[in-house]
Design a protein around this ligand. Structure first.
Ligand code: SF4
Length: 335
């Protein structure tokens, strides 16, 4: 089944999407789905993952510790030694499972690479799944927070463009929005990269993401623009690799109120001759109040969408920036 375009504009289209859309495939630490796979026989159910994101994502759950046969419940494990290359051992009996976990992680990531994932949500602090700041104990038993879970490290090293985030960090609404934007962009990219890739398809992709890129990094936007202009100089595989690497590098840069304000003013330029003085003043005032942090981004975006539809500004209507993710997730209400 081919996947439909992911834009959310009105209720009827949402309904159509619910009926037609194949969900976006995202990996997840199994315990976050409420499965009793933790060392103590319990789970770490995450309501946002389970009840909100599940409407849009199809989960690919992975529990590395269960997969290597440690059973549930089991003795807890920890990282010991060099943070860059730690051993993976049981806390009390000091049994070393490093080799087993490292070779499992390599095999599992290879398997996941074939599943066309578009993101991954990891359980924080875990010696297997933690993305950062995992405790690593030295020989005297003192911990530092410099570790990365063994499986998480393999995942991030072998799939460096995959949007990866920890459940704990998803409580930060800006990090959450950034992660979800990247997941949806990854999904759209995958559609053209795995489909009939062509220079025209790349030009269209780049054009639709122009203002989204601008909201993260103008420097990257300029570089990617030059790359697209020179696209015919590169073999397709090289072109894809160069483009997508810089594209996701850009999206990992934080968007700020100042950058969004710049984008909103640019967009206004596309219909400023059509709008009357009173409405233009009101829109500029709304953008200024957003810049000052008095209003969330959804307010100027909603007003702009109104005018873009009213004046039928097709180039802006097509911009992902105005509909980066489903409005039901309400992510623009908090940035
Ligand atoms: S953190 Fe990872 S290894 Fe630990 S229970 Fe959850 S999924 Fe399994």
């Amino acid at each position: 089944m081919s996947r439909p375009e992911l834009t959310w504009r009105n209720k009827d289209e949402n309904k159509k999407m619910e009926l037609d859309q194949e969900k976006i495939r995202v990996g997840v630490s199994t315990c976050l789905l409420g499965e009793n796979v933790r060392f103590d026989g319990g789970h770490k159910k995450n309501d946002y993952v389970l009840h909100t994101l599940s409407d849009f994502f199809e989960w690919v759950p992975v529990c590395p510790e269960v997969d290597i046969g440690l059973g549930t419940p089991r003795e807890s494990l920890r990282l010991v030694g060099d943070a860059g290359n730690p051993r993976f051992v049981t806390g009390k009996s000091n049994i070393d499972h490093t080799e087993k976990m490292v070779s499992y992680s390599d095999r599992k990531v290879e398997e996941l690479q074939k599943l066309n994932l578009n993101g991954y949500i990891l359980k924080k602090d875990s010696p297997s799944c933690g993305m950062e700041r995992v405790r690593v104990y030295d020989e005297s038993g003192m911990p530092n927070r410099k570790g990365v879970g063994i499986f998480a490290r393999a995942l991030m090293e072998r799939m460096p463009l995959l949007p990866v985030e920890e459940e704990g960090r998803l409580n930060d609404l800006k990090l959450r929005e950034n992660f979800i934007v990247r997941v949806f962009c990854h999904y759209r990219w995958q559609k053209i990269a795995l489909g009939n890739f062509s220079v025209n398809a790349l030009v269209q992709f780049h054009t639709q993401h122009k203002f989204l890129l601008m909201a993260h990094s103008e420097k990257h936007l300029r570089e990617l623009g030059r790359l697209v202009a020179d696209a015919k100089k590169y073999p397709p595989r090289k072109l894809k690799e160069k483009y997508v690497t810089r594209f996701f590098e850009a999206l990992r840069r934080k968007s700020t109120h100042r950058k969004h304000t710049n984008v909103l003013q640019h967009i206004l330029g596309y219909f400023k001759k059509d709008i009357d003085d009173r409405d233009r003043h009101e829109l500029l005032q709304t953008i200024e109040e957003y810049r000052q942090g008095l209003l969330p981004l959804i307010v100027p975006i909603t007003l702009i969408k109104h005018y873009v539809n009213k004046f039928d500004v097709q180039y802006i209507k097509d911009q992902v920036y105005l509909n980066p993710h489903p409005k039901e997730l309400m992510l623009l209400n908090h940035v």
